[in-house]
Design a protein around this ligand. Structure first.
Ligand SMILES: [Mn+2]
Length: 489
Protein backbone atom coordinates (compact mmCIF):
# COMPACT_ATOMS: atom_id res chain seq x y z
CA UNK A 1 0.00 0.00 0.00
CA UNK A 2 1.30 3.48 -0.79
CA UNK A 3 1.94 5.92 2.04
CA UNK A 4 -1.07 8.10 2.67
CA UNK A 5 -1.62 11.09 4.83
CA UNK A 6 -5.03 11.54 6.38
CA UNK A 7 -6.76 14.67 5.21
CA UNK A 8 -8.88 16.78 7.52
CA UNK A 9 -12.37 15.68 6.59
CA UNK A 10 -13.92 18.66 8.34
CA UNK A 11 -12.29 21.10 5.94
CA UNK A 12 -13.14 19.30 2.68
CA UNK A 13 -16.66 19.86 1.34
CA UNK A 14 -16.65 16.78 -0.83
CA UNK A 15 -14.76 13.56 -1.19
CA UNK A 16 -14.19 11.60 -4.38
CA UNK A 17 -14.99 8.14 -3.01
CA UNK A 18 -16.82 6.77 -0.01
CA UNK A 19 -16.56 3.07 0.81
CA UNK A 20 -19.14 1.61 3.17
CA UNK A 21 -18.19 -1.80 4.48
CA UNK A 22 -14.56 -2.76 4.20
CA UNK A 23 -14.58 -6.55 4.10
CA UNK A 24 -12.68 -8.39 1.38
CA UNK A 25 -14.66 -6.75 -1.43
CA UNK A 26 -14.42 -3.26 0.09
CA UNK A 27 -10.71 -3.73 0.63
CA UNK A 28 -10.18 -4.74 -3.01
CA UNK A 29 -12.15 -1.73 -4.20
CA UNK A 30 -10.02 0.48 -1.95
CA UNK A 31 -6.87 -1.03 -3.40
CA UNK A 32 -8.07 -0.40 -6.98
CA UNK A 33 -9.00 3.23 -6.29
CA UNK A 34 -5.66 3.95 -4.60
CA UNK A 35 -3.98 3.47 -7.96
CA UNK A 36 -5.73 6.65 -9.03
CA UNK A 37 -6.38 8.79 -5.95
CA UNK A 38 -6.28 8.73 -2.17
CA UNK A 39 -9.31 10.99 -1.82
CA UNK A 40 -11.26 8.23 -0.09
CA UNK A 41 -13.25 7.82 3.12
CA UNK A 42 -14.05 4.41 4.57
CA UNK A 43 -16.83 3.52 7.00
CA UNK A 44 -17.01 0.16 8.73
CA UNK A 45 -18.54 -0.96 12.00
CA UNK A 46 -15.63 -3.15 13.04
CA UNK A 47 -13.54 -1.12 15.46
CA UNK A 48 -10.36 -3.13 14.97
CA UNK A 49 -10.56 -2.93 11.20
CA UNK A 50 -11.05 0.82 11.35
CA UNK A 51 -8.05 1.15 13.67
CA UNK A 52 -5.93 -0.91 11.26
CA UNK A 53 -6.96 1.32 8.36
CA UNK A 54 -6.11 4.41 10.36
CA UNK A 55 -2.75 2.92 11.25
CA UNK A 56 -2.16 2.64 7.52
CA UNK A 57 -3.05 6.36 7.32
CA UNK A 58 -6.43 5.95 5.66
CA UNK A 59 -9.33 8.12 6.64
CA UNK A 60 -11.69 5.65 8.29
CA UNK A 61 -14.70 5.92 10.61
CA UNK A 62 -16.23 3.34 12.89
CA UNK A 63 -19.97 3.60 12.30
CA UNK A 64 -23.02 1.45 11.69
CA UNK A 65 -23.94 2.05 8.03
CA UNK A 66 -27.61 1.29 8.71
CA UNK A 67 -27.70 4.27 11.10
CA UNK A 68 -29.29 7.30 9.39
CA UNK A 69 -26.73 9.53 11.15
CA UNK A 70 -23.73 7.65 9.71
CA UNK A 71 -22.80 10.51 7.34
CA UNK A 72 -22.57 13.11 10.09
CA UNK A 73 -19.56 15.41 9.52
CA UNK A 74 -18.49 13.42 6.51
CA UNK A 75 -17.99 15.33 3.22
CA UNK A 76 -20.35 14.69 0.33
CA UNK A 77 -19.14 11.75 -1.77
CA UNK A 78 -19.10 11.93 -5.57
CA UNK A 79 -19.16 8.15 -5.77
CA UNK A 80 -20.24 5.80 -2.97
CA UNK A 81 -19.63 2.05 -2.78
CA UNK A 82 -22.03 0.21 -0.49
CA UNK A 83 -20.39 -3.16 0.03
CA UNK A 84 -21.21 -4.75 3.39
CA UNK A 85 -22.42 -8.32 3.57
CA UNK A 86 -25.70 -7.30 5.23
CA UNK A 87 -28.56 -6.79 2.80
CA UNK A 88 -30.66 -4.65 5.17
CA UNK A 89 -27.74 -2.45 6.20
CA UNK A 90 -26.78 -1.90 2.55
CA UNK A 91 -30.31 -0.91 1.58
CA UNK A 92 -30.51 1.50 4.51
CA UNK A 93 -27.13 2.99 3.61
CA UNK A 94 -28.13 3.58 -0.03
CA UNK A 95 -31.29 5.34 1.16
CA UNK A 96 -29.34 7.54 3.62
CA UNK A 97 -26.75 8.55 1.01
CA UNK A 98 -29.35 9.30 -1.66
CA UNK A 99 -31.41 11.40 0.73
CA UNK A 100 -28.41 13.40 1.93
CA UNK A 101 -26.75 13.72 -1.52
CA UNK A 102 -29.11 13.09 -4.41
CA UNK A 103 -26.23 13.74 -6.85
CA UNK A 104 -24.01 10.96 -5.49
CA UNK A 105 -23.40 8.01 -7.82
CA UNK A 106 -24.06 4.85 -5.82
CA UNK A 107 -22.68 1.41 -6.61
CA UNK A 108 -24.18 -1.20 -4.30
CA UNK A 109 -23.62 -4.85 -3.55
CA UNK A 110 -26.68 -7.03 -3.33
CA UNK A 111 -26.22 -9.99 -1.05
CA UNK A 112 -29.11 -11.95 -2.50
CA UNK A 113 -29.38 -12.73 -6.21
CA UNK A 114 -32.87 -11.35 -6.57
CA UNK A 115 -32.26 -8.11 -4.66
CA UNK A 116 -31.47 -5.81 -7.57
CA UNK A 117 -34.89 -4.16 -7.77
CA UNK A 118 -34.84 -3.35 -4.05
CA UNK A 119 -31.66 -1.33 -4.51
CA UNK A 120 -32.95 0.39 -7.60
CA UNK A 121 -36.01 1.47 -5.65
CA UNK A 122 -33.94 3.20 -2.95
CA UNK A 123 -31.72 4.99 -5.46
CA UNK A 124 -28.68 2.84 -6.28
CA UNK A 125 -27.28 3.56 -9.75
CA UNK A 126 -25.51 0.24 -10.20
CA UNK A 127 -26.22 -3.00 -8.35
CA UNK A 128 -23.79 -5.89 -8.41
CA UNK A 129 -24.03 -9.42 -7.10
CA UNK A 130 -20.39 -10.49 -6.60
CA UNK A 131 -20.96 -14.18 -7.34
CA UNK A 132 -22.77 -13.26 -10.54
CA UNK A 133 -20.01 -10.86 -11.60
CA UNK A 134 -17.49 -13.64 -11.08
CA UNK A 135 -19.59 -16.17 -12.98
CA UNK A 136 -20.06 -13.82 -15.94
CA UNK A 137 -16.38 -13.01 -16.12
CA UNK A 138 -15.38 -16.66 -15.85
CA UNK A 139 -17.80 -17.72 -18.59
CA UNK A 140 -16.67 -14.78 -20.72
CA UNK A 141 -13.08 -16.10 -20.67
CA UNK A 142 -14.23 -19.63 -21.38
CA UNK A 143 -16.25 -18.40 -24.37
CA UNK A 144 -13.34 -16.37 -25.66
CA UNK A 145 -11.10 -19.39 -25.74
CA UNK A 146 -13.89 -21.42 -27.27
CA UNK A 147 -14.63 -18.92 -30.04
CA UNK A 148 -10.97 -18.69 -30.96
CA UNK A 149 -10.74 -22.49 -31.10
CA UNK A 150 -13.88 -22.63 -33.23
CA UNK A 151 -12.48 -20.04 -35.66
CA UNK A 152 -9.27 -22.01 -36.11
CA UNK A 153 -11.15 -25.27 -36.46
CA UNK A 154 -13.27 -23.77 -39.25
CA UNK A 155 -10.23 -22.33 -40.97
CA UNK A 156 -8.33 -25.64 -40.89
CA UNK A 157 -11.34 -27.48 -42.23
CA UNK A 158 -11.77 -25.05 -45.13
CA UNK A 159 -8.05 -25.16 -45.83
CA UNK A 160 -8.20 -28.94 -46.23
CA UNK A 161 -11.01 -28.89 -48.80
CA UNK A 162 -10.71 -29.04 -52.58
CA UNK A 163 -13.61 -28.54 -54.99
CA UNK A 164 -16.83 -26.60 -54.51
CA UNK A 165 -18.60 -25.51 -51.34
CA UNK A 166 -22.28 -24.55 -51.62
CA UNK A 167 -23.29 -22.04 -48.94
CA UNK A 168 -27.02 -22.27 -48.40
CA UNK A 169 -28.93 -19.28 -47.05
CA UNK A 170 -32.31 -19.57 -45.41
CA UNK A 171 -35.48 -19.37 -47.49
CA UNK A 172 -36.40 -15.79 -48.50
CA UNK A 173 -32.88 -14.68 -47.56
CA UNK A 174 -32.36 -11.59 -45.43
CA UNK A 175 -29.19 -9.50 -44.98
CA UNK A 176 -28.01 -11.59 -42.01
CA UNK A 177 -27.96 -14.88 -43.89
CA UNK A 178 -26.64 -13.29 -47.12
CA UNK A 179 -23.81 -11.41 -45.44
CA UNK A 180 -22.90 -14.51 -43.42
CA UNK A 181 -22.69 -16.48 -46.65
CA UNK A 182 -20.44 -13.80 -48.15
CA UNK A 183 -18.16 -13.94 -45.11
CA UNK A 184 -17.95 -17.73 -45.28
CA UNK A 185 -17.03 -17.37 -48.97
CA UNK A 186 -14.25 -14.98 -48.03
CA UNK A 187 -13.01 -17.35 -45.32
CA UNK A 188 -13.13 -20.28 -47.73
CA UNK A 189 -11.09 -18.37 -50.31
CA UNK A 190 -8.55 -17.21 -47.75
CA UNK A 191 -8.14 -20.61 -46.10
CA UNK A 192 -8.00 -22.75 -49.25
CA UNK A 193 -5.81 -20.28 -51.14
CA UNK A 194 -8.11 -20.57 -54.12
CA UNK A 195 -8.49 -24.36 -54.04
CA UNK A 196 -12.11 -24.12 -52.97
CA UNK A 197 -14.80 -22.51 -55.11
CA UNK A 198 -17.57 -21.02 -52.98
CA UNK A 199 -21.12 -20.48 -54.25
CA UNK A 200 -24.01 -18.88 -52.42
CA UNK A 201 -27.29 -20.73 -53.00
CA UNK A 202 -30.73 -19.47 -52.00
CA UNK A 203 -34.40 -20.21 -52.46
CA UNK A 204 -37.60 -18.22 -52.12
CA UNK A 205 -37.79 -14.51 -52.73
CA UNK A 206 -35.67 -11.55 -51.82
CA UNK A 207 -38.76 -9.62 -50.92
CA UNK A 208 -38.18 -6.70 -48.62
CA UNK A 209 -37.20 -3.70 -50.76
CA UNK A 210 -34.24 -2.97 -48.51
CA UNK A 211 -33.02 -6.52 -49.04
CA UNK A 212 -33.26 -6.15 -52.80
CA UNK A 213 -31.30 -2.92 -52.64
CA UNK A 214 -28.76 -4.66 -50.43
CA UNK A 215 -28.20 -7.42 -53.00
CA UNK A 216 -28.14 -5.03 -55.97
CA UNK A 217 -25.99 -2.30 -54.49
CA UNK A 218 -23.42 -4.70 -53.10
CA UNK A 219 -23.53 -6.70 -56.34
CA UNK A 220 -23.85 -9.99 -54.48
CA UNK A 221 -23.54 -13.14 -56.57
CA UNK A 222 -26.11 -15.71 -55.56
CA UNK A 223 -27.65 -18.60 -57.45
CA UNK A 224 -31.04 -20.14 -57.03
CA UNK A 225 -30.66 -23.57 -55.46
CA UNK A 226 -31.47 -26.50 -57.75
CA UNK A 227 -30.80 -30.24 -57.82
CA UNK A 228 -28.14 -29.55 -60.48
CA UNK A 229 -26.36 -26.91 -58.42
CA UNK A 230 -26.35 -29.24 -55.41
CA UNK A 231 -24.77 -32.05 -57.40
CA UNK A 232 -21.88 -29.73 -58.25
CA UNK A 233 -21.12 -29.12 -54.56
CA UNK A 234 -18.59 -31.32 -52.81
CA UNK A 235 -19.42 -29.66 -49.51
CA UNK A 236 -22.48 -27.90 -48.10
CA UNK A 237 -22.69 -25.19 -45.48
CA UNK A 238 -25.77 -23.64 -43.88
CA UNK A 239 -25.70 -20.14 -42.44
CA UNK A 240 -28.40 -18.54 -40.28
CA UNK A 241 -30.70 -21.55 -40.09
CA UNK A 242 -30.43 -24.44 -37.65
CA UNK A 243 -30.00 -27.42 -39.96
CA UNK A 244 -30.97 -29.01 -43.27
CA UNK A 245 -34.67 -28.81 -44.01
CA UNK A 246 -35.35 -26.15 -41.40
CA UNK A 247 -36.22 -22.93 -43.19
CA UNK A 248 -34.06 -23.74 -46.21
CA UNK A 249 -34.38 -25.65 -49.46
CA UNK A 250 -32.31 -28.65 -48.36
CA UNK A 251 -33.86 -31.99 -47.43
CA UNK A 252 -33.65 -33.10 -43.79
CA UNK A 253 -31.26 -35.92 -44.70
CA UNK A 254 -28.99 -33.93 -47.02
CA UNK A 255 -25.35 -34.33 -46.07
CA UNK A 256 -24.31 -31.00 -44.62
CA UNK A 257 -20.75 -30.22 -43.49
CA UNK A 258 -21.06 -26.86 -41.78
CA UNK A 259 -23.84 -25.25 -39.73
CA UNK A 260 -23.39 -21.74 -38.34
CA UNK A 261 -26.42 -20.17 -36.70
CA UNK A 262 -27.76 -18.04 -33.88
CA UNK A 263 -31.32 -19.34 -33.60
CA UNK A 264 -32.23 -21.21 -30.45
CA UNK A 265 -33.18 -24.61 -31.68
CA UNK A 266 -34.56 -28.04 -31.20
CA UNK A 267 -32.35 -29.73 -33.83
CA UNK A 268 -29.93 -31.40 -31.44
CA UNK A 269 -28.36 -33.74 -33.93
CA UNK A 270 -24.77 -33.05 -34.76
CA UNK A 271 -23.13 -35.11 -37.42
CA UNK A 272 -21.55 -32.02 -38.96
CA UNK A 273 -17.85 -31.44 -39.54
CA UNK A 274 -18.36 -28.05 -38.01
CA UNK A 275 -21.21 -26.72 -35.89
CA UNK A 276 -21.40 -23.36 -34.17
CA UNK A 277 -24.76 -22.37 -32.80
CA UNK A 278 -24.88 -19.40 -30.48
CA UNK A 279 -28.33 -18.20 -29.49
CA UNK A 280 -26.81 -15.45 -27.35
CA UNK A 281 -25.72 -13.60 -30.50
CA UNK A 282 -28.04 -11.10 -32.15
CA UNK A 283 -27.01 -12.13 -35.66
CA UNK A 284 -25.12 -14.87 -37.48
CA UNK A 285 -23.20 -12.01 -39.13
CA UNK A 286 -21.71 -11.25 -35.69
CA UNK A 287 -20.42 -14.79 -35.43
CA UNK A 288 -18.88 -14.58 -38.90
CA UNK A 289 -17.28 -11.23 -38.02
CA UNK A 290 -15.79 -12.78 -34.92
CA UNK A 291 -14.17 -15.58 -36.94
CA UNK A 292 -12.62 -13.10 -39.35
CA UNK A 293 -11.38 -10.96 -36.49
CA UNK A 294 -9.95 -13.93 -34.58
CA UNK A 295 -8.20 -15.25 -37.67
CA UNK A 296 -6.93 -11.89 -38.86
CA UNK A 297 -8.52 -12.46 -42.28
CA UNK A 298 -8.91 -9.20 -44.20
CA UNK A 299 -12.53 -8.06 -44.30
CA UNK A 300 -13.10 -6.50 -47.73
CA UNK A 301 -15.21 -3.35 -47.93
CA UNK A 302 -18.22 -5.09 -49.50
CA UNK A 303 -18.15 -7.92 -46.97
CA UNK A 304 -17.74 -5.50 -44.05
CA UNK A 305 -20.64 -3.37 -45.32
CA UNK A 306 -22.80 -6.45 -45.76
CA UNK A 307 -21.96 -7.87 -42.32
CA UNK A 308 -22.54 -4.55 -40.60
CA UNK A 309 -25.89 -4.16 -42.29
CA UNK A 310 -26.68 -7.81 -41.51
CA UNK A 311 -26.16 -7.26 -37.78
CA UNK A 312 -28.02 -3.98 -37.89
CA UNK A 313 -31.01 -5.44 -39.70
CA UNK A 314 -31.28 -8.58 -37.54
CA UNK A 315 -31.14 -6.53 -34.32
CA UNK A 316 -33.38 -3.80 -35.71
CA UNK A 317 -30.75 -1.15 -35.36
CA UNK A 318 -29.25 -2.73 -32.21
CA UNK A 319 -32.52 -2.52 -30.30
CA UNK A 320 -33.59 -6.14 -30.33
CA UNK A 321 -31.74 -9.18 -28.90
CA UNK A 322 -28.48 -7.30 -29.05
CA UNK A 323 -25.59 -8.68 -26.99
CA UNK A 324 -22.57 -6.56 -26.01
CA UNK A 325 -20.58 -8.74 -28.40
CA UNK A 326 -22.81 -7.71 -31.34
CA UNK A 327 -21.97 -4.09 -30.53
CA UNK A 328 -18.24 -4.72 -30.14
CA UNK A 329 -18.09 -6.59 -33.44
CA UNK A 330 -20.12 -3.89 -35.21
CA UNK A 331 -17.70 -1.30 -33.91
CA UNK A 332 -14.89 -3.39 -35.39
CA UNK A 333 -16.65 -3.48 -38.79
CA UNK A 334 -17.78 0.12 -39.01
CA UNK A 335 -14.47 1.70 -40.10
CA UNK A 336 -14.14 -1.03 -42.75
CA UNK A 337 -17.54 -0.36 -44.34
CA UNK A 338 -18.49 1.77 -47.33
CA UNK A 339 -20.42 4.61 -45.73
CA UNK A 340 -21.95 5.75 -48.97
CA UNK A 341 -23.36 2.33 -49.81
CA UNK A 342 -24.65 1.81 -46.27
CA UNK A 343 -26.56 5.08 -46.54
CA UNK A 344 -28.06 4.03 -49.87
CA UNK A 345 -29.17 0.62 -48.60
CA UNK A 346 -30.86 1.96 -45.49
CA UNK A 347 -32.65 4.83 -47.18
CA UNK A 348 -34.71 2.69 -49.57
CA UNK A 349 -38.28 3.86 -49.75
CA UNK A 350 -41.15 1.60 -48.88
CA UNK A 351 -42.87 -0.14 -51.79
CA UNK A 352 -46.52 0.35 -52.65
CA UNK A 353 -47.47 -3.19 -51.64
CA UNK A 354 -45.74 -2.90 -48.29
CA UNK A 355 -47.61 0.35 -47.66
CA UNK A 356 -50.91 -1.34 -48.49
CA UNK A 357 -50.13 -4.25 -46.19
CA UNK A 358 -49.23 -1.87 -43.35
CA UNK A 359 -52.48 -0.04 -43.93
CA UNK A 360 -54.49 -3.28 -43.80
CA UNK A 361 -52.64 -4.40 -40.67
CA UNK A 362 -53.54 -1.17 -38.90
CA UNK A 363 -57.17 -1.20 -40.06
CA UNK A 364 -57.84 -4.82 -39.16
CA UNK A 365 -56.26 -4.88 -35.73
CA UNK A 366 -58.15 -6.29 -32.76
CA UNK A 367 -56.84 -6.01 -29.25
CA UNK A 368 -57.69 -8.41 -26.44
CA UNK A 369 -55.97 -7.96 -23.04
CA UNK A 370 -52.79 -6.50 -24.54
CA UNK A 371 -52.71 -9.04 -27.40
CA UNK A 372 -53.09 -7.52 -30.82
CA UNK A 373 -54.30 -9.69 -33.70
CA UNK A 374 -54.41 -8.47 -37.25
CA UNK A 375 -55.23 -10.19 -40.49
CA UNK A 376 -53.77 -8.77 -43.66
CA UNK A 377 -55.61 -11.19 -45.93
CA UNK A 378 -53.97 -12.41 -49.13
CA UNK A 379 -50.42 -11.23 -49.58
CA UNK A 380 -47.88 -11.80 -52.34
CA UNK A 381 -44.84 -10.69 -50.41
CA UNK A 382 -44.58 -12.66 -47.18
CA UNK A 383 -41.89 -10.35 -45.76
CA UNK A 384 -44.57 -7.74 -45.23
CA UNK A 385 -46.04 -9.81 -42.39
CA UNK A 386 -43.08 -9.53 -39.96
CA UNK A 387 -42.68 -5.89 -41.00
CA UNK A 388 -46.28 -5.25 -39.99
CA UNK A 389 -45.76 -7.09 -36.67
CA UNK A 390 -42.67 -4.95 -36.01
CA UNK A 391 -44.74 -1.86 -36.53
CA UNK A 392 -47.81 -2.89 -34.51
CA UNK A 393 -45.88 -4.01 -31.41
CA UNK A 394 -44.94 -0.37 -31.00
CA UNK A 395 -48.56 0.69 -30.41
CA UNK A 396 -49.37 1.80 -26.90
CA UNK A 397 -51.07 -0.85 -24.79
CA UNK A 398 -49.89 -3.70 -26.98
CA UNK A 399 -47.64 -6.31 -25.36
CA UNK A 400 -47.87 -8.95 -28.02
CA UNK A 401 -48.63 -8.45 -31.71
CA UNK A 402 -49.64 -11.30 -33.99
CA UNK A 403 -50.09 -10.61 -37.68
CA UNK A 404 -51.18 -13.24 -40.16
CA UNK A 405 -51.87 -13.50 -43.82
CA UNK A 406 -52.32 -16.07 -46.52
CA UNK A 407 -50.00 -16.69 -49.46
CA UNK A 408 -50.19 -19.17 -52.31
CA UNK A 409 -48.92 -21.99 -50.15
CA UNK A 410 -49.24 -21.16 -46.49
CA UNK A 411 -50.97 -19.23 -43.79
CA UNK A 412 -48.14 -17.27 -42.31
CA UNK A 413 -48.03 -15.86 -38.75
CA UNK A 414 -45.54 -13.43 -37.37
CA UNK A 415 -45.47 -12.47 -33.70
CA UNK A 416 -43.61 -9.88 -31.66
CA UNK A 417 -43.68 -9.85 -27.90
CA UNK A 418 -42.48 -7.62 -25.07
CA UNK A 419 -44.35 -9.32 -22.23
CA UNK A 420 -41.58 -10.84 -20.12
CA UNK A 421 -43.84 -13.58 -18.76
CA UNK A 422 -44.50 -14.99 -22.20
CA UNK A 423 -42.14 -16.87 -24.52
CA UNK A 424 -43.94 -16.23 -27.78
CA UNK A 425 -41.78 -18.65 -29.75
CA UNK A 426 -42.74 -21.50 -27.44
CA UNK A 427 -46.39 -20.49 -27.47
CA UNK A 428 -46.40 -20.48 -31.28
CA UNK A 429 -44.76 -23.86 -31.34
CA UNK A 430 -47.32 -25.27 -28.91
CA UNK A 431 -50.23 -23.80 -30.83
CA UNK A 432 -49.14 -24.47 -34.39
CA UNK A 433 -46.26 -26.96 -34.22
CA UNK A 434 -48.47 -29.94 -34.91
CA UNK A 435 -50.02 -28.58 -38.07
CA UNK A 436 -47.11 -26.62 -39.46
CA UNK A 437 -43.67 -25.16 -38.85
CA UNK A 438 -43.48 -22.91 -35.82
CA UNK A 439 -40.92 -21.52 -33.43
CA UNK A 440 -38.97 -18.52 -32.26
CA UNK A 441 -37.84 -17.12 -28.92
CA UNK A 442 -39.20 -14.92 -26.16
CA UNK A 443 -39.49 -11.77 -28.26
CA UNK A 444 -40.29 -13.15 -31.71
CA UNK A 445 -42.19 -16.05 -33.13
CA UNK A 446 -43.38 -17.27 -36.47
CA UNK A 447 -45.48 -20.05 -37.88
CA UNK A 448 -46.33 -21.30 -41.33
CA UNK A 449 -49.23 -23.63 -41.83
CA UNK A 450 -49.27 -25.25 -45.26
CA UNK A 451 -52.58 -24.89 -47.04
CA UNK A 452 -52.49 -28.58 -47.84
CA UNK A 453 -53.57 -29.09 -44.22
CA UNK A 454 -56.96 -27.68 -45.13
CA UNK A 455 -58.72 -29.95 -47.55
CA UNK A 456 -61.89 -27.90 -47.68
CA UNK A 457 -60.12 -25.00 -49.39
CA UNK A 458 -62.30 -23.01 -51.77
CA UNK A 459 -61.62 -19.34 -51.97
CA UNK A 460 -58.55 -17.93 -50.20
CA UNK A 461 -60.25 -15.16 -48.25
CA UNK A 462 -63.06 -17.49 -47.12
CA UNK A 463 -60.48 -20.01 -46.07
CA UNK A 464 -58.76 -17.50 -43.83
CA UNK A 465 -62.07 -16.58 -42.18
CA UNK A 466 -63.07 -20.18 -41.85
CA UNK A 467 -60.03 -21.53 -40.10
CA UNK A 468 -58.56 -18.59 -38.29
CA UNK A 469 -61.05 -18.51 -35.43
CA UNK A 470 -60.36 -21.98 -34.07
CA UNK A 471 -56.62 -21.47 -34.57
CA UNK A 472 -56.54 -18.21 -32.69
CA UNK A 473 -58.80 -19.65 -30.04
CA UNK A 474 -56.26 -22.39 -29.44
CA UNK A 475 -53.47 -19.84 -29.26
CA UNK A 476 -55.35 -17.73 -26.71
CA UNK A 477 -55.99 -20.79 -24.57
CA UNK A 478 -52.30 -21.57 -24.57
CA UNK A 479 -51.17 -18.10 -23.57
CA UNK A 480 -54.06 -17.80 -21.11
CA UNK A 481 -55.94 -14.83 -22.53
CA UNK A 482 -59.46 -14.40 -21.27
CA UNK A 483 -61.57 -13.96 -24.35
CA UNK A 484 -63.56 -10.80 -24.10
CA UNK A 485 -64.98 -8.24 -26.50
CA UNK A 486 -62.01 -6.98 -28.48
CA UNK A 487 -61.34 -3.25 -28.26
CA UNK A 488 -59.76 -1.19 -30.91
CA UNK A 489 -57.06 1.22 -29.88
MN1 LIG B 1 -30.28 -14.12 -38.29
Amino acid sequence: MPENHPKGSQSASSVEYLILGCGSIGYNVLYEILKETDDIIIIDQDEKKVQDLRDQKYEAFCRDISDTAMLKDIPVPKVAFVLSSEQKANLAAVRTIKEANPGAYIIARTVEVGGKDLYGAVGADVVLHPQEVFAKKAVHYARKVQSSRQAHKLYDLLASWRGTMGIVTHTNPDPDTISSAMALCALGNAASKGNLTCRILYDGKIGHQENRAFVNLLDIQMDRISPESLVECNYLAIVDSPGPGINNALAKDDRVNIVIDHHPNHDVKNGYDFLDRRPDMGATASLMTQYMQELGVTVEKTVATALFYGIMADTRGFRRNTSPLDLTLSAFLLPLTDEDLLGKITSQTVSQETLEVMGAAIRNRKIVSGYLFSSIGYVRNRDAIPQAADMLIQLEGVNTAIVYGITDQVISFSARNKDLRLNIGQAMEEAFGEIGEAGGHSAMGAANIPLSVFTMARNKDDLLDLIIDPILHRFMEIVGVEEEEPNEV
